[in-house]
Design a protein around this ligand. Structure first.
Ligand code: CTP
Length: 219
């Protein structure tokens, strides 16, 4: 059941392996009404089906231009107008989109998570809350090695090479400076229960505010 006249958009960013998706899931789990949808910026990596696999592995996936930001923006605007979208389905093993899409229904709360969601001013302007998940680089790279080998069909050598060639430089050039746009910086992501509780309380206060036209004191 839709309760608000306009959905709430929460942006969650941070480096690779920082725990963005865990924070998104924790907020989802903590809101019992489950009137919430999670959109991953990763789903909006550009379609590369016109390229060969060898060409696709040479793409720099840690650059703002790797994303189809216009499509992401159009889809977010649709969701914010309570319209359904057909979200692209991205396959990390073949480095491109799959043919089928995923139907996403509108909800009162939308969480957008990804490494570069704060790059584009048009996206930033749509967000009610901007969260930066701040996790040490050693923790992030260990998580990434495990995930990329087990879930993304990569070798240890390829993960390490990619990390030094593009992932680490992009973190320093783009992602770390996104902190300046964040409303909240959460240390140690999804395992920081206090931070999750505070975020959930803030979401509840925005819901209350939007429903009643006034602010709820949460602290
Ligand atoms: N990437 C890749 N190959 C592709 C597309 C993307 O290796 N074909 C990598 C990029 O190098 C980028 C990373 O995917 O660094 C972005 O995903 P990441 O933020 O690591 O995933 P999440 O699960 O969203 O992160 P978290 O662990 O914070 O939840």
């Amino acid at each position: 059941m839709i309760l608000l006249s306009k959905p709430i958009l929460i942006g969650i960013t941070g480096g690779t392996g920082s725990g963005k998706s865990t924070v998104a899931k924790s907020i989802f789990e903590s809101l019992p009404e489950k009137n919430i949808t999670i959109i991953e910026q990763d789903s909006y990596y550009k379609d590369q089906s016109h390229l060969t696999f060898e060409e696709r592995i040479c793409t720099n996936y840690d650059h703002p231009l790797a994303f189809d930001t216009d499509l992401l923006l159009a889809h977010l605007k649709d969701l914010l107008n309570f319209l359904p979208i057909h979200k692209p389905k991205y396959n990390f093993s073949i480095h491109t989109r799959e043919k089928e899409t995923i139907l996403v229904h509108p909800r009162d709360i939308i969480i957008l998570e990804g490494i570069m969601i704060l790059e584009d001013e048009r996206l930033r302007d749509l967000m009610d809350i901007k969260i930066f998940v701040d996790t040490d680089a050693d923790v992030r790279i260990v998580r990434r090695i495990k995930r990329d080998i087990h879930e993304r069909n990569r070798t240890l050598d390829s993960v390490i090479e990619q990390y030094f060639n593009t992932v680490r430089p992009a973190h320093l050039q783009f992602i770390e400076p996104y902190k300046r746009y964040a409303d909240v910086i959460i240390p140690e992501g999804g395992y920081n229960k206090v931070a999750i509780d505070i975020m959930v309380a803030k979401v509840r206060s925005i819901i209350y505010e939007k429903q009643n036209g006034k602010e709820l004191k949460i602290l």
